[in-house]
Design a protein around this ligand. Sequence first.
Ligand SMILES: *Cc1c(COP(=O)(O)O)cnc(C)c1O
Ligand SMILES: [Zn+2]
Length: 414
Amino acid sequence: MSCLTHLECPKCGKTYDVDKPQTVCACGAPLLARYDLAAVGRKFKRDDLKGRVASLWRYRELLPVNEDRNVISLGEGMTPMLASSKLGQAVGLPKLYIKDEGLNPTGSFKARGAAVGVSKARELGIRTVAMPTAGNAGGAWAAYAAKAGLGMYVVMPIDAPDLPKKECVASGAVTYLVKGLISDAGKIVGQAAKAQGWFDASTLKEPYRIEGKKTMGLEIAEQFDWELPDAILYPTGGGVGIIGIYKALQEMETIGWIKKGQKWPKLISVQAEGCSPIVKAYREGKNVSEFHTGAQTLAAGIRVPKALGDFLVLEAVRETGGTAISVTDEEILKTMRLVAQTEGMLICPEGAAAVAALPHLVKQGLLNAGERVVVLNTGSGLKYPDLIAIDLPVLEKEAQLEVAAAGEKADGAE
Ligand SMILES: *Cc1c(COP(=O)(O)O)cnc(C)c1O
Ligand SMILES: [Zn+2]
């Protein structure tokens, strides 16, 4: 059912066979999956989506897995697109939407990449996968590997948060901590994978997770009934999601799901000030980023000092008339609360970074009140319990509440 034909290097154009496991191009760039899009356009119409499964596997022809029996699914994708007009009004964008990726299995959009990456690994006969991770990717890959029956090795920095460590252990992944950074974990995984014959599934060294993440772009178009929004904001670490959304736009135009000449959404890359290599490269008009030394932000998912696919992120931003912008950790924490208090959503700090960029973009005239704007909340705030500081009043057993602020809510006391 898949129309996958080959893998292609976006830098040098070299092509690779899809019948065996591949990593990066000989030139070092990540590989992109290519499909027979003419065939997809002929046999797969927008209307065919009606009645299909409510997960990312509804876009089967545009995904790389051939046999249904190799599909490993926990129900990922088709996350809700929530009109967030109350928050929107507060930031000057009444037509604001948040696509809530926190409702994916394992609580983040990493489930999309893991579902497709693990399914394809199984199809290719890979038996053991290894990866370095500092968080959500490890939890997601460990879960899907467990369901697929693949062996899974994970190496994490010792100071990574507890929750992803626990997710990996609970799913049966063999998990190691390293006294060092994610890059040190990456080196250890690379060497061990070579020595043991494991597959190294490091970000963008594995060509298929981007195919899972591109389905965010397909879903956004479908959820807006093929009338594309004006802008999409994406909290950018390795950039897999934004590269994927750009790829989805190209593929949808080629197969005729969106009209030629229809304006594409501005793709806006948001980073944390303490780790903003893409923003710096964008401002300086460069096509690649430099390593951000001393990278620091509480939004761990976007703490990536140098991304392998940086040139693709910068291309996606520039070609769509988007921009790249950074926000402070203080703004991120404030925004997590603002979103919870206006929209009832406890979003992740990475998603909050993207929301925090909105008022700046309005002020700079890069977004305006009439535009339909989509923010991707890439994960659930429930995965970051330490970021909500609390200091609560403690009552004696017989105490009576006389606090003014308790007001209305005390009436219907639960
Ligand atoms: C990994 C991650 C990101 C960044 O994703 P990339 O595709 O690497 O840019 C953003 N938010 C969360 C919650 C993540 O886990
Ligand atoms: Zn190449």
